[in-house]
Design a protein around this ligand. Structure first.
Ligand code: HEC
Ligand code: HEC
Ligand code: HEC
Ligand code: HEC
Ligand code: HEC
Ligand code: HEC
Length: 508
């Protein structure tokens, strides 16, 4: 019996190095797998290491093993380089062992690779991978997603969808994204809308049937003004969501008019689509085409062609289905109406909104800043309240900090100002980008902004007028200072939205 356990060609530096590499990789994998089993919610980097990096080392080790054997076989032929395959002699115990190791090893390795690459595939598709690996970059989207109606719908369902070609596309752009994060090249916030988002019919419409009929959706809003008493008012309205299928409901409402009866297309020169100067509406059944042009924003019509027109789809209204960042008035109103923040604290609405709207460098300075602003306000202007309502003030501070953490991301310059929601018309121009009575067709039709076109206001309570109700629609009263007709004609977002373009561009 010779002193060699395996064929002679196994004994060379490259193969031995390969074996060591493989053993180390396997030990690390087992070790990390154990950690992962005991602490499955641990760091996402663990997943990357187990599923992507260590198998790479394992494969590298195997490569060195095989390379060494091949080189060794070439070398030993008496100085001459001779290309020939190793001769396997099954009567030789060492050869039998070598082949045995190869077959068993190969089998285990291919099984592990098959299972592993499937797991690696699943892993790179998981919300954890998308949302937390580049933690700082994606934390706004991930946090907002977790709070959205789609928190149980994977990121990839909207961002990639089925089919191999989008998978490959996404992994290509994904590799660039990883690179840009490592090299610190990415923009803060991430530019939106993102280029080549998959068209809505291939994503949203896989789960939502556009023709499904939704009845009117009833919504009640409660408002608290920014005066000392946090004066309350409320509004209930029916939003005419509608749809278009005689089998399941009517053919009416917003979805029917905008998606099914008409094919609406528009032209815009802004990446964020905030200004829409030119709109084409084609009635699907009659084929009648109506062109509406803004009387304020003119465009060079030579630039408009079938290629530059965008067909309106779900995302032109639902632009933030999974990543919506709340406007502070709206968010604080909700907390006040639930009684989470004490409405007896003087000016609490106003001071809470101001504290959030201050510019902060990072989340730590925001937490400290909110506390200082709110506490100082009460100790300076309401010293008695600061004492008697000490606990209520502390709770309010904690609530405002909590709201802030879920809606503002100073590190990425993300907030409602940078990512406005188009489903409405108060904090951004949304529907009023077209529905402003100032988009006119040649025959004098306008895209209407009648207050009962999209919703019916059935009940409103204001301090002055009390409660008024009317099932077929009320005349709306502006809850702020009475600004009468002036408010009626102006775009709501000119006062309620982001003030100037320059203000919305936070410092980097
Ligand atoms: C319901 C569908 C949906 C899901 C689920 C979803 N997204 Fe999005 N996401 C969108 C849409 C639509 C946009 C484009 C917004 C726009 O055009 O203004 C977007 C935009 C983004 C952007 C660009 C920045 C921005 O906010 O506009 C990032 C980054 C992003 N998503 C990451 C994620 C991550 C990470 C997840 C999972 C944790 C996820 N998304 C889940 C629909 C979705
Ligand atoms: C993988 C399936 C899936 C996809 C893809 C999907 N959704 Fe949804 N969506 C859901 C589910 C499930 C709910 C209901 C959640 C609930 O009621 O708790 C929902 C709820 C909604 C709601 C109502 C909830 C709310 O926010 O008020 C809207 C609006 C919506 N989706 C729009 C979209 C849009 C727009 C897209 C495409 C960008 C999309 N969805 C893609 C599954 C999906
Ligand atoms: C013209 C704008 C517009 C377009 C285009 C549009 N929607 Fe909507 N959709 C709305 C409005 C407004 C609501 C009511 C929102 C609310 O009050 O929460 C709504 C509500 C919904 C709801 C929720 C219904 C409920 O009961 O809460 C779903 C789901 C939905 N839309 C899916 C879609 C899908 C899918 C598409 C694309 C095929 C689409 N929408 C296109 C404006 C639009
Ligand atoms: C890109 C421009 C554009 C945007 C943005 C837009 N609309 Fe429209 N909308 C139109 C056009 C054009 C028509 C008229 C179609 C026709 O009759 O020629 C219309 C018609 C409608 C109608 C039917 C009006 C009627 O006469 O019965 C409703 C309801 C409606 N839109 C709701 C909405 C809502 C809600 C939003 C915002 C979430 C919205 N639209 C955003 C262009 C737009
Ligand atoms: C083109 C459709 C459309 C027209 C026209 C329209 N609205 Fe709206 N409005 C909406 C949608 C969509 C929402 C968002 C509902 C939601 O947040 O779910 C909304 C929300 C509102 C809200 C409550 C929003 C909040 O967050 O407090 C008020 C108040 C309101 N509209 C007033 C008006 C008034 C006043 C007019 C007439 C000048 C008007 N609307 C015309 C579509 C329309
Ligand atoms: C000329 C400026 C201006 C215009 C235009 C305007 N508002 Fe206001 N709005 C105000 C002011 C100022 C307040 C009072 C804010 C406060 O006391 O908190 C207010 C308050 C409100 C509130 C209650 C405050 C809250 O907590 O959210 C609502 C809702 C509202 N406005 C809706 C609208 C709608 C809808 C439109 C468009 C039809 C509109 N506003 C147009 C200036 C304006």
């Amino acid at each position: 019996m010779s002193k060699y356990l395996f064929p002679r060609s196994f004994y060379n530096p490259s193969t031995i190095f390969g074996v060591i590499l493989c053993i180390l990789a396997i030990i690390s994998m087992v070790f990390l797998l154990m950690i992962n089993t005991f602490n499955p919610t641990g760091s996402p980097y663990l997943g990357i290491a187990i599923l992507l990096v260590l198998p790479g080392f394992l494969a590298l080790g195997l490569f060195f093993i095989i390379l060494g054997i091949i080189l060794q076989n070439m070398r030993t032929k008496g100085g001459k380089i001779e290309r020939r395959l190793p001769v396997i002699d099954f009567n030789n115990l060492r050869h039998r062992r070598g082949v045995g190791i190869f077959i068993i090893g190969g089998f285990v390795f291919s099984l592990a690779t098959a299972v592993g690459s499937y797991q690696a595939f699943e892993y790179t598709e998981s919300d954890e991978f998308c949302g937390t690996v580049c933690h700082k970059v994606m934390s706004p989207e991930y946090t907002a997603y977790k709070a959205s109606a789609h928190s149980k719908v994977g990121c990839v369902k909207c961002h990639i969808g089925g089919g191999a070609n989008w998978y490959v596309k996404s992994k290509f752009s994904g590799s660039y994204q990883v690179y840009s994060v490592l090299m610190n090249l990415y923009s803060r916030p991430i530019e939106t809308p993102i280029h080549n988002l998959r068209p809505a019919p291939e994503t949203c419409e896989q789960c939502h049937w556009p023709r499904h009929f939704y009845h009117e959706k009833k919504r009640t809003f409660e408002y608290f003004l920014s005066d000392e008493k946090n004066t309350k008012s409320s509004l209930t309205m029916l939003i005419k969501v509608g749809g278009g299928n005689p089998l399941t409901g009517n053919q009416s409402g917003i979805h029917y008019k905008m998606n099914i009866e008409n094919e609406v297309s528009y032209y815009t020169e802004e990446r964020d689509k905030s200004i829409i100067p030119y709109v084409v509406s084609k009635n699907v059944s009659t084929g009648k085409v109506t062109v509406y042009k803004s009387i304020e924003n003119k465009v060079d019509e030579k630039k408009i062609s079938a290629q530059t027109l965008n067909r309106m789809d779900c995302i032109d209204c639902h632009n933030r289905p999974a990543h919506s960042y709340g406007q502070p008035n709206f968010l604080v109103n909700n907390y006040l109406s639930l009684g989470k923040i004490d409405t007896n604290l003087p000016f609490v609405k106003s001071i809470a909104v101001d504290a959030m709207e201050t510019y902060y460098e990072n989340i730590d300075s925001a937490m400290a800043g909110i506390q200082t602003i709110m506490k100082r306000f009460y100790s300076e202007f309401y010293p008695d309240v600061a004492k008697t309502k000490y606990q209520a003030i502390n709770n309010a501070v904690a609530d405002v900090q909590n709201i802030f953490q879920h809606n503002y991301f100073p590190q990425m310059n993300v907030s409602w100002k940078r990512y406005p929601v188009n489903l409405g018309h108060i904090y951004s121009n949304g529907c009023f980008r077209c529905h402003d009575d100032r988009h006119v067709s040649d025959d004098g039709k306008v895209i209407s902004r009648d207050c009962n076109l999209c919703h019916v206001m059935i009940s409103q309570t204001t301090p002055v007028e009390g409660t008024r109700e009317n099932a077929s629609g009320l005349k709306w009263i502006h809850p702020g200072n009475d600004m009468g007709e002036y408010v009626g004609r102006k775009d709501c977002s000119s006062c309620h939205g982001v003030k100037k373009k320059s203000e919305s561009v936070a410092k980097d």
